[in-house]
Design a binder for this molecule. Structure first.
Ligand code: AKB
Length: 318
């Protein structure tokens, strides 16, 4: 069985991807890594764990050699809103982290998955039904590093034959670990606040549409793309994927169906609003559907039902 290294394993996606991949490939075959040990204990306990900072190229090379890694799922990154607070740090971690992973992959013959994002698009991109291949002129540091990452991954594939693949993730909604410093985080926080306080002040304004996806679909997309037949892949870095598109009003209305007392107000944050305004309203993911069979299982209604059920248990709210 191949050995898989996951960077950023204690982040929002990593925390759940570790469990998913360990179930799929065996606990000992999935190596979790993170730059700190702060996070879900089960990630640390259920299989191998390495303290690893992705700016440390030598450290990545050593961990891959030690475990005989054949695939890296490179999740470690600074997200959009945090990147605008410290663009220099975001450049360092996002750019050098991806470069280091690709160099180790080239030297050791390792396949690489790296997520890109809806942030790889910008204000000059067609905002509705955004095509797979279109203008990519982002205006955020996060977006700049994501476009550069897509191009670097394509370069390593074309030039060195490294098996690089990736998707452009929308906002990911989940209940296990909180997202860390993104623009789409409001769509996670709103569920917690609806259950705890029956109200939420949205930092994203009404009428701002963004693509979103429930975590089980995000995990499935990583797994399915990495298992896809390479002969069928016309694109590689990175596929548009989406499950739904909504604005805060539509999300609040769906939550109200379960919690009728829920009230949403607005306290718009100009920085995150500007980022959201520069991103697409809705992606066209037909290339992913055609080339490797992408199809989400959850829509807004089924996600909201499941999120609220799972969070009620987690937060112990009747
Ligand atoms: C963010 O909001 O920064 C991320 C993303 C869409 O990549 N969730």
């Amino acid at each position: 069985m191949k050995k898989i290294l996951i960077t950023g394993a204690l982040g929002q996606i990593g925390t759940e991807l570790i469990t998913y991949m360990r179930k799929e490939y065996g606990n000992d075959n999935v190596i979790a890594s993170n730059r700190s040990k702060h996070g879900d204990e089960s990630v640390l306990q259920s299989g191998p764990f390495e303290l690893l900072d992705v700016v440390d190229a030598k450290g990545i090379a050593e961990v891959c050699k030690k475990h005989g890694v054949k695939q890296i799922i490179h999740l470690a990154a600074i997200l959009s809103a945090n990147a605008e607070k410290n663009p220099q740090m975001a450049y360092d971690i996002n750019m050098n982290g991806t470069y280091n992973v690709l160099e180790v992959a080239r030297e050791q013959g390792i396949a690489v998955f790296t997520p890109s994002s809806i942030a790889a698009f910008g204000p000059s991109t067609p905002a509705d039904n955004t095509p797979q291949d279109t203008v990519q002129r982002p205006t955020t540091m996060y977006g700049v590093t994501k476009v550069a990452g897509e191009l670097l991954c394509d370069y390593y594939h074309q030039r060195y034959g490294v098996d690089t693949r990736g998707v452009r993730f929308p906002g990911i909604i989940s209940y296990a670990a909180l997202p860390g410093g993104g623009t789409t985080d409001y769509a996670v926080h709103i569920y917690y606040e609806a259950l705890k306080n029956k109200k939420y002040a949205s930092y994203i304004g009404a009428g701002t549409f963004m693509d979103m996806m429930y975590m089980p679909d995000a995990l499935k997309s990583i797994h399915d793309l990495m298992e896809a037949n390479p002969d069928k892949l016309v694109h590689r870095n990175a596929f548009n994927v989406t499950a739904m598109s909504f604005d805060p009003e539509i999300l609040a209305a769906e939550i109200k169906k379960h919690i009728p007392e829920f009230k949403m107000t607005y306290d718009v944050d100009p920085v995150r609003q500007a980022i959201a305004n520069s991103w697409p309203n809705s992606l066209n993911d037909s290339a992913a559907r055609a080339e490797w069979g992408w199809k989400p299982d959850y829509d807004l209604a089924s996600m909201t039902k499941d999120m609220l059920e799972k969070l009620r248990i987690k937060l112990d709210i009747k």
